[in-house]
Unconditional design. Structure first.
Length: 629
């Protein structure tokens, strides 16, 4: 059967090699490209005609099939052109750059009465129907979710191989060349096939976490959660910033075990049983058989509808966030994110996104184009430190870190966040609990602030829901937290708010150690631990200076500065808790010397200006006005 190939470079070279192995069923009649093939590219394939005009080439050669191994943005127009010229189509994955283009392609194929097969080679594997049969027979019980993991290295040259590489858009045209939509597109398509979620209308919602460690526009490290209409949830985590190559896989989680499909090798393993290898049908050979004898297509375009719905969600998602250079190893040919392969595996294993695993780089805050803070959602800490989400490191625009985590003097101090010594008798501060007439005492009273979900996320910040609870007990508080980074004329501002909603059904009491008899220890609320050892520490408000003078005061703003940084805190609700001599820290005091009782809602807001160098006291009011305006 006569075929033409559009695209002879890049992945097109792979198709040329396949054509050499399929000479028993096809003849390469023509090649289409923007320039003639490179010398030797067509060796062993006869003398196919060359033309930059695909429809004309199809008509002149009488080709029955057009193979499209061209850049993603060209898939739709070339598919339509080939179909209009009377050729069946094999288009390389992904199907198209946009869902609208997919619909045009699907409609054109139907109207022309011609086949359009999509080059998801993994869907030609006999392993997929075998896994689906295992699921249907109940080998692992009810399926609870499907995980996808893929970790590959890529040299810097990978992202400069063509003008569209690593781009989301080029000259106003959608490209969507990301980790999940191109190199690991097979992984996503395979998971959807295993789940039986392949056609349009089977995807309900998609959560995306897209990042880039390389200097590209698109994502090279990504995690998504796909919620399907009738099937199990799918969590896919992939990266092109691993130290070495691991074979990507799909793992089906069941109530009585797991099935692991290593789709690149067509290997299947149930729990710890033997590995079985399955055969695979070449999609071009399958298309030839379909055109010649009516054999069913393995990957008709309709079978990629759900994949395109996920790809559309990725296309419309906020642009990928940068991963701070502090996390990266640039010593080799490509950028490496140390530990990312383990995170990918953990994501597939626990069906969790990167941010839900506690990776700080997965929730950056940007002031303009600069990463100024990172947010840890699930720290791996002992219960005695009252584990809770926190911001660290927080940096000035110049890169100076102005937070500290787990310092030797107080290992339960965690960057910047919310910590309260006593909420309804539970310790959400960490460390020892102050007992009246007894002093600081180790009690089994520690609670956890548990990240539930991000309700909103973008480059500047997030809105988050948390639950405050003791392990094994019902939550006492649901918190709604927001954090946003805002560029200023000097430095930047963190706008932070939290709303605590009482879940107990009765009045809830907030206490500090001071309310129990420890004079001056009114800490509990928003708290910022600054780095110990910072030279030249100075603390002041608009009317007082020094720790003794400002501690416990009520002032609209309070500044803590060192030789190379300044923090200005602004809020109107509570007294200030301040430490300088013992350690550098500033917080708000919800219960300074009297317990605070609330029935339903307790809400607070604080703004922190983060600046390089010392800010003169006379310049602070204008900065505060700008930050809070």
């Amino acid at each position: 059967m006569r075929v033409v190939l559009a695209g002879t470079r890049g992945f097109g070279a792979h198709y040329l090699e396949r054509l050499r192995h399929l000479r028993d069923v096809v003849e390469l009649a023509g090649v289409c490209d923007t320039a003639p093939p490179e010398p030797g590219a067509l060796d062993g394939l006869g003398e196919p005609e060359f033309s930059p005009d695909l429809p004309e080439l199809v008509k002149r050669t009488g080709a029955r099939i057009a193979i499209l191994a061209t850049p993603i943005p060209t898939h739709a127009e070339l598919t339509l052109a080939a179909l209009a010229a009377g050729a069946h189509v094999l288009v390389e994955k992904p199907t198209a750059a946009t869902l609208a283009d997919f619909e045009r392609m699907e409609r054109a194929a139907a109207e022309a009465g011609l086949a359009c097969q999509v080059g998801f080679q993994s869907l030609g594997s006999a392993a997929i129907p075998a896994v689906r049969e295992m699921i249907a027979s109940g080998v692992i019980g009810r399926v609870t979710g499907i995980g996808v993991g893929g970790a590959w290295p890529r040299p810097a040259s990978y992202f400069t191989r063509s003008p569209w590489a690593g781009r989301r858009r080029l000259d106003g045209v959608d490209v969507v060349d990301g980790a999940l939509t191109n190199p690991f597109a097979h992984a996503l398509a395979t998971a959807l096939a295993v789940a039986g979620t392949e056609e349009r209308g089977t995807v309900e919602a998609v959560e995306t976490e897209l990042f880039h460690a390389n200097a590209i526009e698109s994502d090279d490290t990504s995690a998504i959660r796909v919620r399907t209409v009738d099937g199990p949830p799918i969590v896919a985590a992939v990266t092109l910033c691993a130290a070495g190559r691991d074979e990507p896989y799909v793992v089906v989680h069941g109530e009585r075990g797991r099935i692991r499909l290593t789709y690149t090798l067509d290997e299947v393993q149930v729990n710890d049983g033997p590995v079985r290898r399955f055969g695979r049908t070449d999609l071009l050979r399958n298309l030839v058989a379909h055109v010649g004898s009516g054999e069913p297509l393995l990957v008709p375009i309709a079978r990629t509808g759900a994949f395109m719905e996920v790809m559309e969600a990725i296309r419309l998602a906020p642009d990928p966030l940068p991963i701070s250079a502090d996390h990266l190893d640039r010593s080799g040919e490509g950028v490496v994110l140390p530990g990312v392969a383990g995170l990918v595996d953990a994501s597939a294993d626990r069906l969790a996104l990167f941010s839900e695993l506690g990776a700080s780089w997965a929730t950056p805050l940007l002031a303009g184009d600069t990463v100024v803070a990172e947010y840890v959602t699930r720290p791996d800490l002992p219960l005695t430190e009252s584990p809770r989400p926190y911001l660290h490191p927080v940096r000035t625009l110049g890169g100076t870190v102005v937070t500290e985590v787990r310092p030797p003097d107080h290992p339960h101090h965690l960057g910047a966040g919310v910590a309260v010594t006593d909420v309804g008798g539970r310790n959400f501060w960490g460390g020892r609990t102050y007992v009246r007439d007894q002093g600081p005492t180790w009690l089994d009273d520690h609670g956890v602030q548990r990240h539930v979900a991000f309700e909103e996320r973008d480059a500047a910040g997030f809105a988050e829901t948390l639950l405050w609870e003791r392990p094994g007990e019902d939550p006492v508080v649901r918190e709604e937290r927001t954090a946003r980074a805002v560029p200023l004329s000097r430095g930047w501002a963190l706008r932070f708010s939290f709303t605590l909603r009482n879940l107990t059904g009765s009045p809830l009491t907030v206490r500090s150690s001071a309310t129990k008899g420890r004079a001056g220890a009114g800490y509990g609320g928003f708290f910022w631990r600054a780095p110990a050892g910072s030279p030249g520490l100075r603390v002041f408000t608009g009317g007082a200076e020094g720790e003794q003078a400002v501690h416990g005061s009520r002032a609209p703003w309070l500044a803590l500065s060192a030789e190379d940084w300044t923090l200005v805190f602004a809020q109107d609700d509570d007294p200030w808790f301040v430490r300088v001599a013992e350690y550098p820290g500033v917080g708000t005091a919800l219960a300074w010397d009297t317990p605070l009782v609330f029935d339903d809602v307790l809400a607070r807001r604080v703004t922190v200006v983060v600046a390089d160098g010392r800010v003169a006291p006379g310049d602070v009011p204008a900065l505060v006005a700008e930050a809070t305006g």
